[in-house]
Design a protein around this ligand. Sequence first.
Ligand code: PGA
Length: 258
Amino acid sequence: MPNTQDPTPMKPFIAGNWKMHKTAGEAVAFAQALAGELNAAQDRDIVIAPPFTALHAVSRSLAGSGIKVAAQNLHWEREGAYTGEISAAMAVEAGCSYAIIGHSERRKLFGEKDEEINRKLKSVLASGLGPIFCIGENLEDRDAGRTLAVLGSQLRKGLDSLTRRDIMETVIAYEPVWAIGTGRAATPGQAQEAHAFIRQTLGKMFDAPPAGIPVIYGGSVSPGNIRSLMEQPDINGVLVGGASLYVDSFVRIVNFDK
Ligand code: PGA
């Protein structure tokens, strides 16, 4: 169900996931440079996800800029004996507006399962943060023709027992694992096929075609390929890793149509 049928076109949603890069000092310097370049852009949602140690300082330095801050991961409990974890309430207090949940590096390197991701999504939604929920197939799945089956399963398990209202607060990020950090982005056609499937599946799961849910693409997004990706009718934005670490390339991605 292409979002072109939506009478109010959605703002592009452009997010940068810094992963384990930048100290708090480096992150604040970057955020200030970014805010200077982007000049309170109203016509798109811009989000950056620094490491936990920089969240508070970055969100303070971005006050008034319109640029929002996301955590890269959260625990589902509010507090407790969970060494090394932080909760959604802590991220809210640090100035976050969003949290990335279920990134493929969390799934692959830290063993996160769909059930834990579902608990995390619920706690993020209960805290008032907007989840950026990541799904995507690996190369083996794609080569075996299982891409859509994998995406369907991740959506059903990850979003289990969420409400229609919850889903309207959620950003879905399609990130094929084989495209992350490899320089080999999905073609616009491959991404569009997955995005259209995701939108249709959400429509069935939540009993209405949710044209208003942003479905964004991630995996080797660059200033060179952003425009062709954003031309696809079901791609509402991007989640950028490597190219979000440099002010110049991230600004070019944010301003892809200017
Ligand atoms: P990449 O990472 O842009 O470096 O491929 C994307 C992501 O992991 O979100």
